[in-house]
Design a protein around this ligand. Structure first.
Ligand SMILES: [Zn+2]
Length: 181
C-alpha cells in the first residue's frame, strides 16, 4: 500500500500550478531584485510549516533574509555563517530570533533524556533562562549565545550596526509578541 499522503504525479502537478500562479502574480517584483538583494532584516526561525515569516510580517520578495532550522537555534557553523553573511555582506541592521508557541523541538527537548542529542540539548540548556516558559527561554538563550558564538556578530552589536530582537509567534492567533527586556 502506498503510504504517501499524495502521489508524486498529483504533487508535481499541484506544485507546478502553484508555481505558475506565483510567477505570474509577482512578475513585476522579480525585476527589482535581479541584480541583488538588500533586505533590512534577518530572521532566524523554526522550520515548522506553520511559521512563515514573510506571511507573519506581511513581507515579500527581497524583504527578509530568513534562516530556518528546527527550534530556531544558531548552533552549527552553517547557521552562524548564514547570519554572518546577512550582517556582514548584506548589512542587515536587525536580527529577529522568532520562536513560536507549541514548538515541537522545544517539546521534544522537555521530554528527551538523551544528553548526546545536540539540537535537543541546546534547547534544554535554555530552560534556565525562563523556567516557566520554555518557548520564551529558547529564544532568550539564542539572543545570549549568538554574539558569543560569532565575533563578527558581536562586533556589529557593539558598534551599534546590529540589533537583535526576540519574538514569539502564537500559532493560535497569528500574533507576534516582541520580547522587550
Ligand atoms: Zn518549532
Amino acid at each position: 500500500m502506498n503510504t504517501m499522503k499524495k502521489s508524486k504525479d498529483n504533487l508535481l502537478e499541484e506544485l507546478e500550478l502553484g508555481n505558475k500562479e506565483y510567477s505570474k502574480k509577482n512578475k513585476n517584483i522579480f525585476k527589482k531584485f535581479i541584480k541583488g538583494q538588500s533586505p533590512d532584516i534577518a530572521v532566524l526561525t523554526c522550520s515548522d510549516s506553520r511559521v512563515i515569516p514573510e506571511y507573519i510580517f506581511n513581507k515579500s520578495i527581497g524583504d527578509l533574509f530568513v534562516i530556518r532550522v528546527a527550534g530556531n537555534i544558531a548552533l552549527d557553523h552553517s547557521v552562524i555563517k548564514s547570519i554572518e553573511y546577512a550582517v556582514d555582506h548584506l548589512k542587515v541592521n536587525y536580527l529577529i530570533v522568532l520562536g513560536h508557541t507549541n514548538c515541537g523541538a522545544v517539546k521534544a527537548s522537555e521530554e528527551s533524556e538523551d544528553k548526546n542529542e545536540a539540537l535537543l540539548n541546546e534547547i534544554k540548556e535554555s530552560f534556565l533562562y525562563d523556567q516557566d516558559n520554555h518557548f520564551r527561554a529558547n529564544i532568550l538563550r539564542q539572543l545570549d549565545m549568538i554574539p558569543k558564538r560569532s565575533e563578527i556578530i558581536k562586533n556589529k552589536i557593539n558598534n551599534k550596526k546590529l540589533m537583535m530582537i526576540g519574538a514569539i509567534y502564537n500559532i493560535k492567533n497569528g500574533m507576534v509578541d516582541f520580547i522587550i527586556d
